[in-house]
Design a protein around this ligand. Structure first.
Ligand SMILES: Cc1ncc(COP(=O)(O)O)c(C=O)c1O
Length: 152
């Protein structure tokens, strides 16, 4: 129910047994659980203060990136509350194109920003629509937990 349903089922649709998925660590639990349920393997991407709580894409070994089919990212982030800028998302688009990886961006907290700050959508980035999907939630912005929306 809600965006969690989509985040779970994208793995069922896209991951085959033995495929690698790159997931943020720490991260909202469904990212990892859905990969394991689909028979995939996890490669955790640490979110460290020293890298502004962004995954260090250069630290991912090329042999892992070549086997990876999917990467999940989430900004504004739960649980570390960091945001990502256009520069990071641009790197993600380049990485996805280089290694042919599907990017799943969870933007559940896009409206919970203050003092005029506007979180960046992955979809703003040139090329992002060719490599990615963005998941939005009605439960944070509108207190409508469990509601679903789809368009043809
Ligand atoms: C980061 C993140 N993504 C997704 C969800 C799921 O939201 P929904 O209620 O739309 O399933 C949550 C809910 O807590 C969340 O924290």
């Amino acid at each position: 129910m809600g965006s969690q349903d989509g985040l779970a089922h994208i793995s069922m649709a896209y991951i085959d047994p033995g495929d690698i998925a790159l997931v943020p660590d720490p991260g909202y639990p469904i990212y990892s659980a859905s990969i394991l349920l689909a028979g995939g393997e996890l490669y955790p991407m640490p979110l460290l203060a020293s890298n502004r709580f962004l995954p260090d894409l250069a630290a991912i070994p090329p042999e892992i990136a070549q086997r990876a089919k999917m990467m999940t990212i989430n900004y504004p982030n739960n649980p570390v509350a960091a945001s990502a800028d256009e520069g990071f998302f641009t790197e993600v688009v380049e990485f996805a194109k280089k290694y042919d990886i599907l990017i799943c961006h969870d933007i559940a907290y896009s409206e919970l920003a203050y003092d005029g700050f506007k979180p960046t959508s992955f979809m703003q980035i040139p090329g992002a629509k060719e490599v990615g999907i963005e998941f939005y939630s009605l439960s944070k912005t509108y207190n409508m937990a469990g509601c679903r929306l789809a368009s043809p």
